[in-house]
Design a protein around this ligand. Sequence first.
Ligand code: MF3
Ligand code: CO
Length: 249
Amino acid sequence: MIILKSKSEIKLMEEAGKIVAGAHEAVRKAIAPGITTEELDRIAEDYIQSRGATPAFKGYMGYPASICASINEQVVHGIPGPVALKEGDIVSVDIGAFFNGYCGDAAKTHPVGKVSPDALRLIETAKEAFFSGLEFAREGYRLSDISHAIQVYVEGRGYSVVKVLVGHGIGQAMHEEPQIPNYGPPGRGPRLREGMTLAIEPMINAGAHEVATLHDGWTVVTRDGSLSAHYEHTIVITQGQPLILTQEG
Ligand code: MF3
Ligand code: CO
């Protein structure tokens, strides 16, 4: 069952979303060669707590940190640690927070210092894939219209979409129905309705779509070692344009 949110619930989700956006901004400003991913985790956790919110990932199924920081061929769920970012790396940062009983969730991939044109193009494609999907995030379309638009955009740029990981509904839980694949035929699945709150999150690989999980039980990597990028926002379906609840600024 997809849980529709009332106007007042959406106000609360906006507040959670703003805190996630602020944490992203703080982390983005700190990203530079030499900083470790556990330092980024500390910055995000301090920010979230300073706003009276709670990190959504810490303790979720035993996850040990407040953010995911996934470097280069790591797709998602990289665990922050003492590893320093290097010039030329790309790092995908995923942050979630609960505030007022509601969750916000967002991710983006950043360059570390100067990176290759290929890496920048991959990062941009993940972001643009999200916005391609968002064009269909309105009443009158079905859920898989979002999925299809993402796949078409990404494959048209010569990259692949990860198939075994999906976006999701979000609200009082971080993961609610429906699941939102980043691929598939259009015109399937539930009709989109005002009050649906969704985390749309393309994960894309420069090479093939297959992924594997490292022995830490969390870190997902590309099987072929190619670079990967991620872009996610929490959004709400309205009667008109969708609202992005985790937008920075
Ligand atoms: N954005 C991810 C998701 O939607 C974050 C989950 S990471 C976890 O699933 F550590 F909390 F599992
Ligand atoms: Co998510």
